[in-house]
Write a protein that binds this ligand. Structure first.
Ligand SMILES: N[C@@H](CCC(=O)N[C@@H](CS)C(=O)NCC(=O)O)C(=O)O
Length: 218
């Protein structure tokens, strides 16, 4: 097995990469790296010391978006990016939107406070959670609703990196005890549920949820 993926299970960016690997049917070894206490030598894999990082034989790459783009070129089947130029651009846009707009609220606002802080024995900043839920996330979901309403997939006519990127942030939202409200964003909520049912996501969600339930004391 030549692909090694460095990271931790609950990271949305590591999950995004794991889903891409699974969808492409690629075997890989998971190497656990806690981004907050990673070994000094991890800098050789990612000088920013964030997760994920990937080794494919002697090739080293960091950042989920970069790793997924590499996988697409190195292992093109099945494609996870639309062939059409405009739909390809839309997929990248929605991936960026999920990684840089949704993640700061769903993952670093809700999930980090409700789960990671608890794991670290630190208090949850519930004010920050509520601000994310009531002020920051709704306009982001309003836009995503317009992008999925009446379509089967976020970009092009097949499952793509855009679906993976949005759905992985929503896993962390769910781990944090929240969800995309189906009454307010029906198309988005249904789409997320559909994507989470794919075996590539479902296996990870099941395993992670057992751990998160313990952290939440359920
Ligand atoms: N743009 C990066 C974001 C990666 C990221 O922020 N990972 C978090 C964990 S979810 C991390 O390593 N945080 C530690 C830090 O920022 O020092 C990617 O897509 O891989």
């Amino acid at each position: 097995m030549s692909i090694k993926l460095h990271g931790a299970a609950l990271s949305p960016f590591v999950r995004k990469t794991r889903v891409a690997l699974a969808e492409k049917g690629l075997a890989f070894e998971s190497v656990h790296v806690d981004p907050f206490s990673s070994p000094a030598e991890y800098s050789a894999l990612n000088p920013l010391r964030r997760i994920p990082a990937m080794e494919d034989g002697d090739k080293v790459l960091a950042d989920s978006g970069v790793i997924c783009a590499y996988l697409e070129k190195a292992y093109p089947e099945p494609p996870l990016y639309p062939a059409d130029a405009y739909e390809y651009g839309r997929a990248l846009w929605l991936e960026k939107y999920a990684d840089y707009e949704v993640a700061p609220q769903a993952t670093f606002g809700v999930f980090r406070n409700r789960i990671v802080m608890k794991l670290a024995g630190k208090p949850c900043d519930e004010e920050k959670v509520q601000k994310a839920l009531t002020e920051k996330l709704p306009p982001l979901f309003d836009y995503l609703e317009t992008q999925i309403e009446g379509r089967d997939w976020f970009a092009g006519d097949a499952f793509s990196i855009a679906d993976i990127a949005v759905a992985t942030q929503c896993v962390n939202l769910q781990h944090g005890g929240e969800q995309v409200d189906p009454a307010r964003w029906p198309a988005l909520a249904a789409h997320i549920a559909k994507v989470h049912q794919r075996p590539s996501f479902a296996r990870l969600i099941e395993r992670e949820s057992q751990f998160v339930a313990k952290v939440r004391g359920e």
